[in-house]
Write a protein that binds this ligand. Sequence first.
Ligand code: DP6
Length: 333
Amino acid sequence: MRRRVRVKSPANLAFIKYWGRRDDELILPLNTSISMNLSSCYTVTQLEVREDLEEDEIWVKFYGEEKKKLAGKQLERVFRQIERLRQKYGFEFKVKMESENNFPADAGIASSASGFSALTVAMMELMGVRLSERELSIETRLSGSGSACRSIPDGIVKWERGEGEDGGDSFAYSLYSVDYWELWDLVVVVSREKKKVGSAEGHRLAKNEYMEARLKRIEERVREVERALEEKDLERLGRVIENDALSLHAVAMLSEPPLFYLNHKTWRVIDWLQNQRERGLGGYFTMDAGPNVHIVCERRDKDELVAGLKEVEGVEEVIINKVTEGSRVVEVE
Ligand code: DP6
């Protein structure tokens, strides 16, 4: 047992999105997904075992907000993961958690991915239980935030759908290390408002005929992303990620009830980007469950894209990310 640990964990951006589950309990996805870890969007979580505590204390400091005690559904999710791991590995301690996010939470930048991967790694370290990266990604997946398992390995990461019933083959691993290809993700923040319908609900509602159409082509898209990565072909990668994001949002918008994550500011950024492409700049969009746009590009066009984006009406901020390593323990006592 350790007394105190601190873990830093990145958010990640999916090139091929995880949308829809084949098992809600075990958090098993309907499809394989691929992502990159984001260097400038991360969570730092500290866990401390304290004898004076009668119950777990969960503190969070979200971007731009005061530090506060977590409550409601979010608290339940965090508490469930702590309790699940404590029981599974046979411990009974009470813990104080302090977690800090350096980017807007719940607005389509995968905040729970960085949070739940950090929490899981911190719990394992605190208990002194050594797991392989594969097992660690599975424990993280079981937190309920499936995409969080992709924040464990370094660089560009693949989360296998897996075929088994027990989820033992649905894990994340690194396809490429951090320095393989200098890709950037410009997070174009057009809203800091928290989304009204969480991804969990989105996964549950993804059951229409558009979802069938999405799944029919998904393996082909996964292979296409892998080929684009292998060839370091941005245009090829860009075409697939845009198509995959639009397919997710088509499914979401045609769910019952419909889920609208995108807004007019999203479309304004996309429209602007398409004009830049006609001018010869290489940048490709994708959106998660929120209105903010991620633009994937290479170094040669990054600065020009960032400068231009700041002039687009409705853009509040651009967060510049390169590919980075996965979760890391940064302090242990
Ligand atoms: C659209 O269930 O992992 O970001 O609610 O943040 O835990 P949280 O999300 P999760 O679903 C992620 C959905 C997505 C696509 C993706 O990241 O693959």
